[in-house]
Design a protein around this ligand. Structure first.
Ligand code: GLN
Length: 190
């Protein structure tokens, strides 16, 4: 049976993720409520603004059910703000911003901001035969990677794609370069 994949649709770049997933022939649901979350097999947490998304997760009553599903081993792909929300530790976050703490990494919000706000780069991704075009938009920097976390790609030495159990997190926006390989791998790993 085709997996049913949710895209967290409270805020941010969910539509482009949904479009890529549609191309990969899975059933895609936009997730805004706990009932919708309960119906999917896996979840994509898009980029956007992690502080706003954190607040909306709380207001929508999704925060606790989401934490429970993640604890239960649901597959999740978090990109940019999604990566921040899934990280164990956030530097330069807002004091009231929630962290789901699923992936044992430390991320610094908007870390690339002082250099250039946004940039693109071709990066080598473990297991891909050709480079992946990565779009970074006010991206978080991964400053620490815990022992159980695999680094699947780096940019200038810094981890930008990590996997831990059934969670994959990217500092960049894989949904914006028209390349479905990362989403396809995420689905294969489910
Ligand atoms: N800077 C944003 C944040 O802190 C993330 C940017 C993005 O998702 N493109 O949430």
């Amino acid at each position: 049976m085709k997996p049913r994949v949710g895209v967290l649709a409270l805020q941010g770049g969910f539509a482009a993720h949904a479009a890529i997933l549609h191309r990969l022939d899975v059933r895609v649901d936009e997730i805004r409520t706990a009932e919708q979350l309960a119906a999917v097999d896996a979840l994509v947490m898009p980029g956007g603004e992690s502080t706003t998304m954190s607040m909306l997760l709380e207001r929508s009553g999704l925060l606790e059910p989401l934490a429970e599903r993640l604890d239960g081993g649901m597959g999740v792909l978090g990109t940019c703000a999604g990566m921040i929300l899934l990280a164990a530790e956030v530097v330069d976050g807002r004091a009231d911003q929630h962290s789901l703490g699923l992936v044992d990494i430390t991320v610094r919000r908007n870390a690339y901001g002082t250099q250039i706000e946004s940039f693109e780069a071709d990066i080598a991704v473990y297991g891909f035969e050709t480079p992946f075009h990565a779009v970074f938009i006010r991206a978080p920097a991964v400053e620490r990677v815990g022992p159980g976390v695999e680094v699947l790609a780096r940019h200038e030495g810094r981890p930008v794609l990590c996997r831990s159990g059934r969670a994959t997190v990217a500092a960049f926006h894989p949904e914006l370069s028209g390349d479905g390989r990362l989403h396809a791998r995420f689905l294969d790993d489910l």
